[in-house]
Design a protein around this ligand. Structure first.
Ligand code: CA
Length: 646
């Protein structure tokens, strides 16, 4: 590791004269370099990769109610150390992570001699940094009024961003919920759709130099979730939630006890997209918030609501979906809104018992609200209040329910982050896994909370039912997620349709544009440790057997993930390993067939099962030998897919 402390140009002797100071830290292989400098009292940083500047001089610091740490700062000392650790995970893109990084801690004091530290952790392709405020003097807590934290990209940069919504708009005033549409390859000068900037993660293409993915992790009850502002000449800054979020309840200014730290802000950098797709930085720099005594089981589920909608939340239809789950060998069935009214708690006990003897566990839906939207879907007012929540969870545990899906949260304020954490913590006490919908981006939560098993925070499969527009754009969106949303956190998309028409009878509603093999490919491409697939009972007889057989054996947990090829919004080829079996999934969102030569060294010289679109785009299963050098030519049809299994 290189690092240096340079003190230059100390002119004059007044207390306010502050020297320019500069420190470098690099990743273990020396290619990724962060420079931190303090000039005229202002702290900034830059990032380069292989000497190419990926991030220009970008501000650091924050203003708080116990002192301003955004100006008149002095670097008093710095320390470096090496981090080398291995950790295991069952719910992310890989099961074992070897995290190696160099850590730099810069100690600053402000004009009143109050301390602030900035900690950087730099691995081969990831930079993570956060602020720490030590306890000094009387103050036992701090309120953060604003952050100066920014990311300044070079002029050549183009963007792949998702706008932050206005608050208290949309369906039953439930936004923001990270369900907006991305723009790909857009110039930095574009304004965000609502004028509130962009939700994490944010992908940037730095001209010919490469790629950068900006996000944050380690957000819990001790801070708000942040997003990026609109660009001011290439500078994006950390923005706090809007006052209107959560129905105006709760502050936008986060507060924490001293000593304490902010969440980590992360930048993943590479000259290709490989480090972006494969990054583990959201989990590398966080720690479990509690230990669980439970042994949670990941797996697949069915859910009636996605195709059969509200009318299917009745006893008879739920039996059909339990039977479908059993026929598929799936572990779970998810029952969506109104089960309390339409089935009732007593009959739900019977249903859970029926499913249990078929080897199927239950996940039950709840609204998170509360007082922050107009949701009428019930059960309501169970999850926002600790007295009712714990009573409900005791009942769920007693009747043998395995998990809950909690929907329609109020936004990104610290108030809401506290609710997520309380639900997770109480649920773990009752052996319940938790899926969030209508929610924020998970920020390291797979590692922080042992019973956390998924978040929506994406325009998920329901939109394919709601509007033809989303069916028409399905392939484009699917080709974004592995590079952006799903790169930093599990994504409960609820997809893989084998209905051609997205309604109960498979005879009306929106029209699926993508092929059956495309749908199979998304079951591998989209990562969530519990996948509720959009299969319907009729698919047991009307879907191609080759597809149903694939869906019976596709896993939802992965030991390894490798980026093979792709471009956001155009196509993706991704390999995932489960045990000793490799799944390679490819999809194409472009208008013409895609001819590719891919490199699959892990399958060199082997014969694999290839699922591919036939002449009439029907699914075919073939034996496909792979050459001794691991090279393979693939053709991916427009809105079609390939899946290789070995
Ligand atoms: Ca939703």
């Amino acid at each position: 590791m290189k690092n240096r402390l340079v003190v230059i140009g100390l002119f004059g002797l007044s207390a306010l004269t502050i020297a320019a100071q500069s420190v470098d830290v690099t990743g273990p292989d020396g290619k990724l370099k962060v420079n931190v400098s303090c000039e005229s009292g202002k702290v900034s940083y830059t990032i380069s990769y292989e000497d190419k500047q990926m991030l220009e001089t970008s501000p650091l610091g924050m203003n708080t109610n116990i002192g301003d740490f955004s100006k008149e700062l002095k670097l008093v000392k710095h320390e470096t150390s090496e981090i080398d650790r291995i950790y295991a995970q069952t719910r992310i893109k890989t099961s074992s992570v070897h995290y190696r990084a160099n850590e730099l801690v810069c100690h600053f004091i402000n004009v009143d001699d109050k301390p602030m530290q900035v900690t950087f952790r730099v691995s081969d392709n990831d930079v993570a940094f956060r602020y720490t405020l030590p306890k000094s003097g009387e103050a036992g807590s701090v309120r953060v009024l604003s952050e100066a934290t920014g990311f300044r990209f070079p002029d050549v940069t183009t963007t792949f961003l998702c706008p932050q919504s206005d608050a208290m708009i949309g369906w039953k005033r439930t936004k923001p919920s990270y369900e907006e549409e991305y723009k790909a390859d857009a110039p930095m000068s574009d304004r965000s759709q609502y004028g509130h900037g962009y939700t994490f993660p944010c992908l940037f293409k730095v001209g010919e130099y490469g790629w950068a993915l900006v996000s944050e992790t380690g957000v819990d009850s001790r801070y708000c979730a942040s997003h990026l502002s609109d660009s001011d000449n290439g500078l994006y800054t950390i923005a706090f939630p809007m006052p209107e979020e959560n129905n105006g309840n709760g502050t936008v200014e986060p507060a924490f006890a001293l000593p304490g730290s902010t969440p980590w802000r992360t930048i993943t950098v590479g000259n290709t997209l490989k480090p972006i797709v494969e990054t583990t930085v959201p989990w590398d720099v966080v720690e479990p918030r509690y230990k669980s005594e439970q042994n949670y089981r990941m797996g697949r589920g069915t859910w009636s609501w996605i195709l059969w909608q509200d009318n299917s939340i009745n006893y008879a239809d739920q039996v059909k979906y339990v039977d479908l789950a059993a026929a598929m060998g799936y572990e779970y069935v998810l029952v969506d809104n109104f089960w309390d009214k339409n089935i009732g708690c007593e009959r739900m006990e019977e249903l859970v018992a029926y499913a249990r003897q078929k080897g199927v566990g239950f996940i039950l839906w709840y609204s998170s609200s509360g007082y922050w939207n107009d949701i009428e879907q019930s059960p309501l007012n169970h999850m926002d209040n600790s007295i009712i929540r714990k009573r409900e969870m005791r009942w769920l545990q007693k009747i043998g329910v395995k998990g809950i899906k909690v929907d329609f949260f109020g936004g990104d304020k610290q108030e809401t982050m506290r609710l997520y954490e309380e639900i997770l913590s109480d649920a773990d006490d009752h052996g319940l896994m938790v899926i969030f919908h209508g929610c924020t981006l998970p920020r390291g939560w797979e590692r922080m909370y042992p019973n956390y098993v998924g978040s929506e925070a994406v325009l998920a499969s329901e939109n394919l039912i709601f509007q033809q527009h989303f069916c028409d754009n399905e392939a484009f969106n699917a080709c974004l997620h592995p590079f952006i949303r799903n790169a930093v956190g599990c994504m409960e998309f609820g997809g893989t349709f084998l209905n051609k028409r997205l309604n109960r009878g498979n005879d009306g509603g929106t029209i699926r544009r993508t092929t059956d093999v495309f749908q199979l490919a998304t079951s591998v491409l989209f990562q969530n440790p519990i996948q509720n697939f959009a299969l319907a009972p009729n698919n047991l007889t009307d879907a191609p057997e080759v597809c149903m057989d694939f869906m019976k054996q596709v896993p939802t947990t992965w030991d390894e993930t490798r980026f093979i090829d792709g471009y956001p919004g155009k196509y993706i080829v991704l390999a995932r390993r489960h045990g000793t079996t490799w799944y390679v999934a490819a999809i194409n969102a472009m208008k013409d067939p895609l001819e590719l030569e891919v490199d699959l060294p892990m399958l060199a010289g082997q014969t694999v099962s290839l699922y591919v679109d036939g002449k009439k785009l029907e699914p075919l299963l073939k034996e496909q030998p792979i050459k001794a050098d691991g090279k393979l030519k693939l053709t991916v049809q427009p809105l079609g897919g390939n899946v290789l299994v070995k």
